[in-house]
Design a binder for this molecule. Structure first.
Ligand SMILES: Nc1ncnc2c1ncn2[C@@H]1O[C@H](COP(=O)(O)OP(=O)(O)OP(=O)(O)O)[C@@H](O)[C@H]1O
Length: 444
């Protein structure tokens, strides 16, 4: 049947609020991204380095040995399975470990090894014989702070003299107690309290200050000012390090206020392309029809891991229920879940416990799932005004060159309107490969 004959059946039934309208939560995205990743993101783009002193030689390392790390730390690095520095680490680590300490602003996409780099720098600069806080790292949320703490614990596994304390909500401390741990990781509000109100940390004794996830940090009201207040209390000569996955103007302005005389390292994100992706569309009449079409190709899509995108939570819930009834084991990532539940879903999917993840756009935006080679647009991506959204289409389906693995995308078209939207994607991405298929065809 031609699309024009299709019933104009909307999938966003009964006034269900589009998931698009919900607030995008950058901190949650960032956390889920960390959890879903099983490996460092390699990047073939060149690292851009801007040195504070352009006359000083630029060092980069290809091995961890060249960094002359403490043996306990080198052991920790290898135990974590790191064989060689990641692209950003090649340049960032020599700068961070240099004497005298250098300040650094570093930007690269999530998963490129920033956290591991500054954790190594903090652990290297600590003097374990001194029993007070020397390194301070602030993160935007409780969960992100704990995640970074885990990396410190793993990397410092063979360096037990170095201790770590979490300055996060719920960690109640008495005023005036002296903290003996050398590394503090926390959120800005609690860290400020520990410094000013409770006087648990003497900021003048901090040697390394790390501000992680600067872009997420400034998205939260109040965090920006709190971070600057913390930074102002630190001594001259304290090493200041700032990391961000993105670099819009606001982040840049903030970074310049927090990090004086910085060296700057940037690693561009690799462009995604659709070159290696086979794209299909299926013509249907209704949501139920789309479900039947999905069942027809289910065997083919579950050879690898697949993600299915719906426009609303309601459709996602419905689809997950229907597929489960058919006996399929599927995971559902939905905006109504709390962070811990989402994290658990993501981890199970990462570990291959489920092969199919059903989700909505907002929920999955910004999450990179490299191992997914099949993407089903159960509903085509739309922006909040209901218009085609090229960027999201590309991001859902595209792959960067290095993951140039072949992939498959199936677009479900169920109305005249969605056909029009599909045409827009076709024109924009210059697609010639969208092959019309009937619902009872199987995709080969
Ligand atoms: N040199 C390395 N070799 C192998 N794996 C690495 C290396 N550096 C980091 N990793 C691993 O890659 C993943 C991403 O690293 P990391 O968390 O440091 O990146 P990131 O840039 O800080 O990302 P995010 O901002 O999301 O935390 C982690 O699983 C980490 O253990």
């Amino acid at each position: 049947m031609e699309a024009g004959d299709a019933n104009l059946h909307q999938t966003d039934d009964n006034g269900d609020k589009s998931d698009e309208e919900e607030k995008e939560d950058r901190a949650t995205q960032s956390l889920l991204n960390k959890l879903i990743r099983s490996n460092v993101v390699n990047n073939t783009n060149q690292v851009e380095v801007l040195q504070r002193d352009p006359n000083s030689p630029l060092y980069s390392v290809k091995t961890f040995e060249e960094l002359r790390l403490k043996p306990q730390l080198l052991k920790g690095v290898y135990e974590m399975g790191f064989n060689r520095p990641s692209k950003i680490q090649e340049n960032a680590l020599p700068m961070m470990l240099a004497e005298p300490p250098q300040n650094l602003i570093a930007q690269s996409q999530s998963g490129t090894g920033k956290t591991a780099a500054f954790v190594l720098a903090m652990l290297s600069h600590v003097d374990p014989s001194l029993k007070w806080p020397q390194c301070l790292c602030i993160s935007p949320t409780y969960e992100l702070a704990l995640q970074t703490g885990k990396v410190i614990e793993q990397m410092g596994k063979f360096y037990p003299e170095v201790k770590l304390a979490y300055a996060v909500r719920g960690h109640k401390m008495e005023r005036g107690v002296k903290i003996k741990e050398q590394i503090i990781i926390g959120t800005p509000g609690t860290v400020l309290d520990w410094c000013i109100k409770l006087k648990l940390i003497d900021p003048k004794k901090i040697k390394v200050f790390v501000l992680d996830e600067a872009d997420v940090m400034i998205a939260t009201q109040g965090h920006q000012d709190q971070s600057i207040r913390i930074q102002r209390m630190l001594p001259k000569g304290c090493q200041m390090l700032l990391f961000s996955a993105t670099f819009e103007d606001s982040v840049w302005k903030f970074a310049e206020r927090v990090v004086p005389d910085p060296n700057i390292i940037k690693l561009k994100r690799e462009e995604e392309t659709l070159d290696t992706i086979k794209q299909y569309y299926v013509l249907c009449n209704s949501k139920e029809d789309k479900f039947n079409a999905l069942c027809n190709i289910y065997g083919a899509i579950t050879i690898a891991q697949a993600m299915i995108f719906c426009h609303t939570r309601k459709t996602a819930n419905w689809l997950a229920g229907q597929l489960s009834k058919e006996g399929h084991q599927v995971a559902l990532l939905s905006g109504e879940m709390v962070v811990e539940q989402r994290a658990a879903v993501i981890e199970r999917f990462r570990d291959g416990k489920e092969k199919v993840l059903i989700t909505t756009n907002v929920c999955a935006r910004g999450i990179d799932v490299e191992q997914v080679s099949v993407v089903i647009n159960f509903d085509l991506p739309l922006d909040k005004d209901g218009n085609p959204d090229n960027e999201t289409y590309l991001h859902r389906i595209g792959r960067t060159g290095r993951f140039g693995k072949r992939g498959l995308a199936v677009n479900m078209v169920d109305s005249q309107r969605s056909m029009e939207i599909l045409k827009t994607y076709e024109r924009h991405f210059n697609l010639y490969k969208i092959i019309k298929r009937r619902t009872n065809d199987t995709v080969s």
